[in-house]
Design a protein around this ligand. Sequence first.
Ligand code: CTP
Ligand code: CA
Length: 226
Amino acid sequence: LARGAAAPDLAGRHVVVSAGGTREPLDPVRYLGNRSSGKQGYALARTAAARGARVTLVEANTAIPDPAGVDVVHVGTAVQLREAVLKAAADADAVVMAAAVADFRPAAYASGKIKKRDGVEAPEITLVRNPDILAEISAERPRPGQVVVGFAAETDEVLANGREKLRRKGCDLLVVNEVGERRTFGAEENEAVVLSSDGAETPVPHGPKEALADTVWDLVAARLPA
Ligand code: CTP
Ligand code: CA
């Protein structure tokens, strides 16, 4: 851990973290998915527990064992993740949406395996929008004073897009990861900046995911009502 034995500054708090990537089924054997590993979300869950919080981790399709001392809820799809996060958020002091949530899901689920047949065109798959969980929680704040955190990976105009996304989502903090190539001081692709709704920007140097997680919890702790 980046901080070693951290002060239990989250003792008595309940935090909810989502991690991993949703899968949207097409038929019993196929899905639309993404490449999220869930490691950042798990680092957030572990560091929050180390700082004394009660942690609910809503996990989608990771291959990581349940961390000790954390309540883990396993889900598959965006709709399931929304249900689990909203339920846990009802009494949460903070909600951190580290999961990669599919923006769209197939409009129809085929209960039998989709088959190809000679002389028949490839099927067209119609998609529908998934609910935006971060925007919904930011708007509703199931618990007064709740701190809501989002994540975003951006390739271009990282800070400008991040600011716009923070405003659009209505969350308190947005962790913006730079992905792709950027002409800065050497390899900084994984450098993150935490944008705050009060205009503050906290750069987090390239380093272990626990260090970024601890910075997120520092910023969350500073915003929690006494
Ligand atoms: N998110 C969410 N529900 C969705 C999509 C995203 O809660 N249906 C959350 C993610 O968990 C993340 C944040 O919103 O914390 C930003 O996700 P991102 O994909 O960057 O934002 P989008 O609004 O989906 O914008 P884009 O079109 O760039 O994908
Ligand atoms: Ca998205």
